[in-house]
Design a binder for this molecule. Structure first.
Ligand code: WTA
Length: 570
């Protein structure tokens, strides 16, 4: 068995087995102010606590994009997030209200998000690529009261069709007339920065709502509570190995859970300097970001590593990456060859971590002081009980494939699916285990090995896409009668989206039509939901009840046997 041994070092989690035996989550609470004051708010703990504890002048945020380069200390972020909190409060936001944030990465995004949480709001971060329908369904489902967006993106927010939406705050210089749009900069200018604005909450009160895709139905609002900070902090310590002087860069956007749990809270709850790079991926840009900021700990995703692996090796040679000491990955299976490549070119192991939007924080990981088996996701975090179970909830012995399941009760676990108790309960249908939807096995050393999803969720370029939302949109195109969407294996992107369609009477398939359909998805839903491949068939395989059988489409695509076809219409 191929194993990469740890390097010598002074790591936060030095003894995995011992820690596993004795650790209890309650120990972590001592870190936070509320153990002394009884007052809880995750935004306060992430920012203000450091000012109170004498770290106010430390750099908290190193922000850059193609046009801006700015740094903020914890004191400065405290002042700004207090102002944002006053702004939200003045405009009527109170505890529990849903406030959406829909904009590209910028310091304002981070300030607004934390400011809203300071007044007790539940923040819904939306990735900037979402188009009108995707934005609408999420704001509608959560009955959002307010949205913070930009003059560019406001055209994708159908304000008139959202009766609950009371206020729109625009971050930008030219504020269009109408709908009582508020200017972020004007409101912030006149806002007070006093602390009394902070709304103390309960550990079990919500702070973030991340919409994510399943295999059926609309995106689900995964609801997380302030309690998550316990695990975000502890995993930042054990897995990210964050220490006082680290400069940390998580490449994820706050529109996805990695970008909040580990792009905001993991580092800031730990009082660490956090790098945010706006704009899009390019190998030069990313290596430059590492070099320029002297990043020490880097958390990214397999797609990015595969693209870096595919880039001209001369690019890497241009940069001095000697500051980097620890590299991690999340979001999709991390291929063994990527781990080997990383070890060769960066001279560091890439540490895989497994978790989900629903789990709120890391659960199965590779640790600095432990051996890595390339291709394995690692071992459960101390305090976490993970198992491979069968359909009856029985634990399976090593090397048997089954459901990857977790014993409920970890601090960062979602507390509900917004407006959908039934969906929430479905996760726990097998003997009370949290069933992830991933298939895996465990080896004799307790390492977990990912095998696949057992539903139709597509992971493309590290983003989780539900086939249903795309299929529903495809059939809204005038030419499309039926549509079935699958993930097709792809070397760089993990999977790409492939759509099988049949056409309505009077339409004929052509390249041009395919392009038109792609453009339709891009403008109506989002760029990352566009099927890169479209294949037209006279008829799609369906069950007798009329459900498109994606399993059969997959078998067609991969030239594999389609399995049991007894439920298929003739
Ligand atoms: C997949 C991202 C293999 C998995 C934080 C999971 C992974 C889904 C890994 C959740 C990994 C995540 N190895 N697969 N290390 N990490 N996945 O909600 O299928 O965007 O169920 O959360 O991504 O994706 P989500």
């Amino acid at each position: 068995m191929e194993v990469i041994s740890p390097k010598m070092g002074n790591y936060n989690l030095a003894n995995y087995e011992e820690t596993r035996k004795f650790f209890h989550w309650d120990e972590v609470k001592k870190v936070f102010s509320w153990s002394k004051t009884g007052n809880i708010n995750i935004a306060y703990e992430a920012i203000d606590r450091h000012v109170e504890e004498g770290r106010g002048d430390k750099q908290a945020l190193l922000y850059s994009d193609a046009h801006r380069e700015e740094t903020y200390t914890f004191s400065e972020l405290k002042t700004l997030t207090n102002k944002a909190a006053h702004m939200f409060s003045k405009l009527g936001v109170t505890k529990g209200d849903r406030v959406f944030i829909f904009m590209p990465r910028s310091p304002e995004l981070y300030v607004a998000l934390l400011g809203a949480i300071k007044v007790g709001a539940v923040v819904g971060p939306l990735f900037e690529a979402f188009m009108k329908d995707a934005v609408k369904s999420r704001l509608e489902d959560s009955a959002a009261k307010m949205i913070v967006t930009t003059p560019d993106l406001i055209t994708r927010v159908p304000v008139e069709e959202l009766p609950h939406l009371e206020t729109v705050i625009l971050v930008g210089e030219n504020i269009p007339d109408g709908h009582g749009y508020r200017s972020y900069y004007d409101e912030m200018n006149i806002a007070s920065d006093r602390d009394e604005i902070i709304q103390w909450v309960d550990l079990e009160d919500g702070y973030v709502l991340h919409y994510t895709s399943g295999s059926t139905g609309k995106p689900k609002g995964v609801y997380h509570v302030h309690h998550a900070m316990i695990q975000q902090y502890q995993t930042a310590n054990w897995v990210l190995d964050l220490k006082e002087d680290d400069i940390y860069w998580c490449t994820a956007d706050p529109g996805w859970v990695t970008g909040t749990s580990y792009g905001i809270f993991g580092p800031w709850l730990s009082g660490v300097t956090n790098v945010v790079r706006g704009g899009r991926f390019s190998p030069d840009d990313w290596y430059q970001t590492l070099e320029k900021n002297k990043v020490t700990v880097w958390y990214s995703a397999p797609t990015a590593f595969r693209m870096l692996m595919g880039a001209d090796p001369a690019i890497l040679k241009k940069y001095d990456l000697s500051s980097v000491r620890h590299i991690l990955s999340v979001g999709e299976p991390l291929n063994p060859e990527v781990v080997r490549w990383g070890y060769e070119v960066y001279q560091h192991r890439i540490h895989d971590t497994w978790w989900m939007t629903e789990t709120g924080a890391m659960l199965i990981c590779n640790y600095l002081a432990e051996p890595i088996k390339p291709g394995s996701m690692g071992k459960p975090l101390p305090g976490i009980e993970a198992a491979i179970i069968n359909d009856h909830g029985e634990e399976l012995p090593p090397y048997r494939m089954g459901h990857l399941a977790i014993k409920p009760g970890w601090p960062a676990m979602m507390r509900k699916i917004w407006n959908n108790d039934q969906k929430y309960n479905e996760y726990f249908a097998i003997s009370g285990w949290y069933v992830s939807g991933d298939t895996a096995y465990k080896d004799e050393d307790g390492y977990f090995w990912f095998q696949g999803r057992n539903d139709d969720v597509i992971m493309t370029s590290g983003e989780r896409v539900g086939p249903f939302e795309i299929e529903s949109k495809l059939v809204e195109h005038p030419a499309v009668a039926e549509a079935g969407v699958i993930g097709k294996p792809d070397e760089i992107r993990g999977q790409i989206i492939k759509a099988f369609i049949s056409l309505r009477e009077g339409y004929e398939y052509s390249e041009e039509l395919a392009k038109d359909i792609q453009a339709f998805i891009k403008t109506e839903l989002s760029a990352h939901a566009v099927p890169r491949e479209i294949e037209c068939r006279d008829k799609l395989p369906k069950t007798r009840s009329g459900k498109i059988m994606r399993r059969v489409l997959k078998a067609w695509e991969l030239n594999e046997p389609a399995g049991d076809l007894s439920t298929m219409e003739d």
